[in-house]
Design a protein around this ligand. Structure first.
Ligand code: ASP
Ligand code: MG
Length: 421
């Protein structure tokens, strides 16, 4: 279908000025006669705030403060965009806030379920505000509840898309689009029973990819606060270079190793239909940006860096001095998966198995407790995991210069180093 699928993340709508800027981008396409599916995340850091409002996540008096701030944050944006206090939008927001209030006070006792019910309000609020604002700017659009379109397996906090059921809603989506552009929520979806689920933090990119796949569009665009796909996170690296052309498989590797520019699940549906992904700057919308597509090689051909801080390097040694072989590995992996720890890097020697994992006190304590029956466990905190794709000798030297390397792994394309932070 010939529509634009746009994804606007939290940073692109985090203030009244940001929403005005976002609307000016959308209006340009609207005035050029383009139809759009506009997928929007929660405003700014709203999802972080909502996580604190999940029943029992925090003492009640602290939650009160978080809630008040959250309401005020949205209202202060809305007052700026809609000076008339009689605007219909205010009624809609009153309903949403009342629903949120109810939701955060009626815990079911199941944390993951409650989480999805509360956290989903971020996207419901942002899309309600943005849909109304776009209308005010002359961009006719329909607010669509994405939970009527994307069906999941019902797993709370990290639902999998039920592709068969979701594709059954394709007609409905196409039909709706005949009536004009759509504004809808990223990140949230629903089980086949209609219960709200979420797709995992930062999941709005994935939502846009699912909708792109359903509609078989010619391209999808993610609007970001960076000029495109950079070869490193500018937070850690002073001289970043923008990638012009990024092959799908390379983008998947990048996301797998932890590059935060796009959500890891986003690429696959696009690759399956050979839909190119544009990453463009909402600050400089005329600029070229990056394209992820069916390319053979990265252009320009430069090394790509991924830095993961706050890592723990854990060594696991059998107490009976047996070798690290199938049986011990099986035990270790089953404990890792039961505790729910994902491993960023692993390596084994005859007598010890090492893993590099994100620091999370609760999970690490559980892990050690479970492992201690059969293994001796030692670990180092404050580690950094550096991954370099298409590395050179000089790059590795500069990363390790003056720092102790605890673990190193290299394949032809990828070097990974665990170093002290
Ligand atoms: N608002 C959600 C989050 O912050 C989803 C997203 O931004 O993509 O995780
Ligand atoms: Mg967000």
């Amino acid at each position: 279908m010939d529509v634009e699928v746009f994804k606007f993340g939290g940073a692109s709508v985090n203030s009244a000025q940001a929403v005005q800027n976002m609307a000016s981008i959308v209006k340009r396409y609207h005035d050029a006669g383009r139809k759009m599916v506009i997928v929007v995340s929660a405003m700014g850091k709203t999802t972080n705030a909502l996580e604190q409002l999940v029943p029992n996540a925090k003492p009640e008096d602290e939650q009160e403060i978080v809630y008040k701030n959250l309401v005020e944050y949205h209202l202060q944006i809305v007052r700026h965009l809609f000076p008339n206090p009689a605007d219909l939008l205010y009624d809609k927001l009153r309903v949403l806030f009342a629903d949120l209030e109810k939701s955060r006070r009626s815990g079911s006792g199941a944390y993951n379920y409650d989480y999805d019910q509360v956290v989903s309000f971020g996207e419901l609020l942002s899309t309600t505000i943005i849909s109304a604002y776009l209308k005010q700017c002359g961009v006719e659009n329909q607010w669509v509840d994405v939970r009527k379109i994307i069906v999941t397996d019902g797993m709370n906090r990290c639902a999998q898309v039920d592709w068969r059921r979701t594709m059954e809603n394709r007609e409905l989506l196409e039909q709706t689009l005949k009536g004009g552009s759509i504004v809808t929520q990223g990140f949230i979806a629903a089980s086949k029973e209609g219960d709200t689920t979420t797709l995992g933090r930062e999941g709005s990119d994935y939502t846009a990819a699912v909708l792109s796949y359903m509609l078989d569009v010619k391209r999808m665009t993610i609007w970001k606060d960076v000029p495109g796909f950079l070869n490193a996170d500018p937070k850690y690296f002073p001289d970043t270079v923008k990638i012009e052309e990024m092959p799908y498989h390379e983008a998947i590797e990048q996301a797998y190793y932890g590059a935060s520019v796009i959500h890891p699940k986003t690429i696959k549906p696009l690759q399956n239909k050979q839909i190119p992904l544009y990453i463009k700057s909402f600050i400089n919308p005329e600029a070229e940006g990056s394209t992820v597509g069916p390319y053979e090689v990265i252009k320009p051909q430069i090394p790509l860096y991924i830095f993961k801080e706050n890592q723990v390097l854990m060594s696991i040694m059998p107490k009976d001095f047996s070798f690290i072989a199938e049986e011990n590995l099986q035990k270790i992996f089953s404990i890792l998966s039961q505790v729910g720890v994902s491993v960023n890097l692993m390596q084994n020697s005859a007598l010890s198995f090492s893993i590099c994992i994100d620091y999370n006190k609760i999970l690490i304590d559980q892990l050690i407790e479970r492992l201690s029956a059969d293994f001796k466990v030692r670990y180092n905190r404050e580690m950094e995991l550096v991954t370099v794709r298409h590395y050179t000798r000089e790059i590795i030297d500069s990363i390790v210069a003056g720092r102790k390397v605890f673990l190193e792994q290299r394949s032809r394309d990828t070097a990974q180093l665990v170093v002290e932070n």
